[in-house]
Structure formats: structure tokens, C-alpha cells
Design a binder for this molecule. Sequence first.
Ligand code: ADP
Ligand code: MG
Length: 699
Amino acid sequence: MSVLLQKPIDYLKGVGPNRAQLLKKELGIYTLQDLLYFFPHRYIDRSQHFTPSQLPKTTAEVQVLGSITHLETVKQKRGSRLVATFSDGQNNIELVWFRGHQWIQKSLQLNKPYMAFGRLNWFGRKCSIAHPELEFFEDHKERKGNFQPIYSSTELLTKTGVSQKVTRQIMVHLFEEIGSGVQEVLPASMLQQYRLMDKNNALTTIHFPKNQEALALAQYRMKFEELFFVQLQLGLKRLHRKQHLKGIPFPEVGDYFNSFFHNHLPFSLTAAQKRVVREIRTDLKSEAQMNRLLQGDVGSGKTIVAILCMLMALDNGKQATLVAPTEILAQQHFTSIQELLKPLNVNVALLTGSVKKSARVPLLEQLADGSLQILIGTHAILEQPVTFKQLGLAIVDEQHRFGVAQRAKLWRKNVIPPNILVMTATPIPRTLAMTAYGDLEVSILDELPPGRKPITTLHRNDSKRLAIFQFMREEIAKGRQVYIVYPLIQESDVLDYKDLMDGYESIVREFPLPDYQVSIVHGKMSAEDKAFEMERFVSGKTQIMVATTVIEVGVNVPNASIMIIESAERFGLSQLHQLRGRVGRGASKSYCVLMTGNKLSLDAQTRIQTMVRSQDGFELAEVDLSLRGPGDLMGTQQSGVLPFLIANLKKDSDILKTVRYAVDEVLQNDPTLMLEKNTVLRTALALSQQGKSIWKYIG
Ligand code: ADP
Ligand code: MG
């Protein structure tokens, strides 16, 4: 970056040592460059104004035209305030100052037209503006550009006189100082092809927009740049992996796969499942390591895809592993996969934290000598002493539950990294997938197996509890089963456990032995007890399962037809969707009941209403993203991964698409960025990597 931009702000005209100190402390602005990239967070259209007679009854920030007819200091409990009567001849409002009276009083002129700007404050029919910005109407008319930037500020800055006006003035001095000396970072050919504003122009326009159109172009340019460099890094990484990371190719499709595919599939595959298997097959045939994300809504049938892929590994003499986030899920995968593969004589084993040493030792031996072909388990598999003879394929189920670090551990299970397939039912909105998972290929299961009936989702409160009990009795009489889920935000939360136990007791009272059997599963139980209770529910011995969210992911009991979620307002959207996905898996009509209190926050209302309205995982994910922001959505481990200055993953998906295209085009023609015209890219990339790198978060 240019030396000029690295200059400290202290010496900039209009700043000086005191303000410099403040800007550093309050906003983290140290250099001219920091200042340059301190973008306005919004803009006000100053082409519109009101008079005191026509004010809208809102608390918006507006411009008001009038004259000061009277000025007085009013004593209050502490100190005093300065009050100006601001009039258009018919009606008036008050302009109020609580600080800086003397200076303001001196500078104000009576009976001269001013344009006042500020937030309206209504007390009944009286209106006031506190600390307005004032400008002589004459000056206002002459000023070019009605579009005014507003910068973030802090209380201390405002108090010490660094107002919006002062900030704007500092920006003027900044541009006087730097001229148009900012380095372009995108090739000229690209500017032309994508009709991008050049960088100097864009930066100037962002701080001093002439009109809405110019501003939009400038913002587009800066967003493009920002997204471009993230995507370029990811693209380079993807290329690198393809070219240099030798994988473990599976050239053959052999007996295991063919025999299972032709003779033992329990159902015919959906078109989406077939397509995804083909996509994965293509990856696995190639020399390069596979690194693929399989996204498929709850119940879309990811497990069978996983099984088919594992058989491809076996056909090529390699081992395969499936890692699940919970013991319950691992156990369930193990049981069903073992059952399905019985006719093929495949050696499958389960490894979780609670597998006893006596069983573990021979299992690890078989794993090391290669006689154990498929290992299913929890993160226990990732631990040190677990060594495979040759692991060809690692599948991670419900990827969103794992951190990046755990994924990396899988990579290290072989000298040559195994092929990796991560599966997730939490649909990641496209924009996020393209950004955060830009180094993964993505497959999507966008079709549910046939015969699924839509789930009816209801929102109820406590007053309807008796009716719900009655409904449960009717469904149970038809042979169906019911889940009741309680929130457990933290394992250690005593109150949550109390809720759960209270709930369990009242259910047992309402549904007594010997007619009814009620199971309970929660995180404080031993793995054995959990498995025992799950098994009772799966086999239909109990009709009601009271549980915490340990059952959230993957559990498959097709006979269950009601999902009741207690305190549903405390769950996030994707979690609610996951939970609801536990029902509607069998032939019978299913229901999801969201129980909430009466008073809901606006966000909670939106979540509940969205759940009632939609069953489309992708739509829910988009709403979730807009409610929570991308950081949260990806789980706390990954929050703050992608701090964008100006791009917005919520709103800029179209730009991102173009950017992806641009990156592909560049890398196809010039994978090492050695062409003359791409020198600027190479330079900019090198510089951006000196600073904070996003690499460490990815892969
Ligand atoms: P998820 O994608 O949520 O992991 P599963 O793999 O658990 O979904 O599949 C959900 C249910 O749908 C299972 O009972 C499974 O046997 C069944 N299933 C999967 N694919 C099909 C299909 N093509 N036709 C019919 N049923 C299917
Ligand atoms: Mg699953």
C-alpha cells in the first residue's frame, strides 16, 4: 500500500493531536488509509425538506426550513437548555441544545432562513429537534450534492465536537491530501468488462456522492472488489488442491456397489439422489482429492448416498468412515447400515466414547490391518490412536455440528488425505455457501423421497394444553408416537433441566402406566441409558419421547407423527426445522406443535410465523440469515469469519454470482496470475495476505 496512505492521521488538516487520539480510541482510525475506508454507514437524501406546518408525524431525521424567531435559555434541574423557536410564519417547532449554549447563541441569527436537520421528537402536538445541524438556506441552496453521508460516531466523539459536519470536513482534507493516489487493484480489462468504476472515483463518490446513481455504482464497485478478493483466494486454494493434492482415486465400480445398487436398495432412488451419486462418482474417479459438501434438507435421504459412496471405497480396497455428531445418531446409523449391508458381508463397526476397552482393542486392530471396512462413530474416531490401514473416504454427517478443526483432523488420518464428503441438513444459504465454503464443491439434494405428506405446523400456548393432550391420545390410539422437546441451551443450565423434569412428570401423570409408556432422553444421562431409551422408542415400546435437543439431528423414527416443541420461542429457526424434520417420515399425516408463551419478541414472532408458513429449508435459512446474520448461522466457532466492510451477504448475492464468474474466468486463463494484465491482482493479493488472512478459517 502506498506510503502516503500509511501516514498517521495526526498530521492531517482538521484533525490535530486531540482529535487524532479520539479517532484512534473511539473508532480505531490510525492512518489515512483507515480514514479512507471509514465508509459512511448511510446517506440522507437532502433534496427533500418540510416546513414546520407540514411535518410528518414520525421520528425520522428530516430537513426543516424556517427562521429562528425567538431564543431563550431555560433553567432546568441541572444546568440549562437553549431553546429556539423555529417558525415558517404559521407554525413553529423548537430547536433545543443542552450543551455549548454560548457558542451556539453567538453564531445564530434571528429571522434569517435556515435549513435545520435532525430527528423529530413529538410530545403530543409539539415537536422539537435536539442538537440540529443548521445551515443558512442560502448556503444550502448553493451546496452541490443533496446526498449526504452519515458516519458512525460515538457519544464521546459527538460530545467533543466531532460532529457529522466535522467528520465530513476531515474527509475533504483527506482527499485534498491523497488526490487520486489510490492504487487500482483490479485489471483494466475487468473494469471494462464488468463496467466497474475505477477505484479512486469509487472512493471519492462513496464519501461525496453527487447523486443516488453515482453512489450505487461506487458501492457496487467496492463490494465487487471486496468479494472478488475473497473468492479469488478461495478459487486459488481450490485449484491448488486439484492440482497438487493427490487424492486416492477409486477407478473401479465393483461388486459391492453393483450388488447393493441392483439387488439390495430398499427403495428406488430419487432423481436427485441419482444425480448426486453421479457427481460424487465423477470426483472419486479423478486423481484429485474429493472435498464435497452435500446439502440436503432434513429427510431428503442423504444416508443412502453415503452408503453408496462408502461401497465405492470398498470396491477399490479402501476403508470408509462415517462420523456423526452424537452417540445416538452414530448408533442409529450403525444399526441401519449394518442391517442394509448384511447381504454383502461387509465388516462394519461402531466406535464411540462409550465403547468399552475390551471391544475397542480388537476393533482398532482390525482397523489397522484393514479387515474392518467401515467404521461408524462419533468424534472419538478423530482421536489419535485410531489408525486406518488405508482410509479412502471420510463422511461427516451433519457438518454444521462440527468445527473446522475437527474436519482438519480427518484430513490427517492418512498420508494422502482421504476423499471427504460433508453432509448437512442445515441448508446454508447460497451466498454463504459460496463464500464460507468456497473451497468445497457443492451437491444438493433438492427432492424429498416420494410419499411424504406435508407436516402441519401449529402455534399454540398454554391455554390449549388440554386439547393437545387429547390430540396426543387420539394419535397414540392409532398407533403413532410423539416427541416432546424441551430447550436446553446449556448442559449446565439447572433451570432448563427443571423444566424438562417437570414436563416429564406432568406427561407421566397425564399418560399413566400401564396404558402408556414414556421415555426420556437428555444430555446428563449415560450413553448407555440414552441408547436404551432411544431403542425403546424406536422399537415402539414407548409411545412418548420427552427429550432435549439431543434428538435434534438425524434421528429416524418413521412411526412418530407428532413433534411438540416446548418454549419454541427459545429455539433458532434452523433448529426448529431440524426438530420438525423428525416427523413426517412415515406414511401417516404428521404435526408439529410450537408451544410458546404469550409475549413474544418481534424476532421470535417472525421465527414462529415462518415455521408455520414454510417447510422449505432454504427459505427458512434465508430468513434465519436475515434475523441473525451470517456469523451466528455458522455456529459460534466460526462467527466473525467473514467481516465485510461493505459487502453484505444478505443482500449482495447477485454481485457474488458475477464475482464468482469473474474469478473463474481469470483463473481459467491464468491460474498462476502470471499474465501481465493480472499483475495488479497478484500484487493486491500479496498485500492483503500480509494482513489478516481468511485462510486459517477455511478448509
Ligand atoms: P437425511 O437426509 O435427513 O439424513 P435419511 O437418509 O435419514 O435423511 O432418510 C430419511 C428417510 O427417508 C429414511 O427413512 C430413508 O430410509 C428414507 N428414504 C431415503 N431415500 C428414499 C427414497 N429414494 N425413497 C424412499 N424413501 C427414502
Ligand atoms: Mg441424516
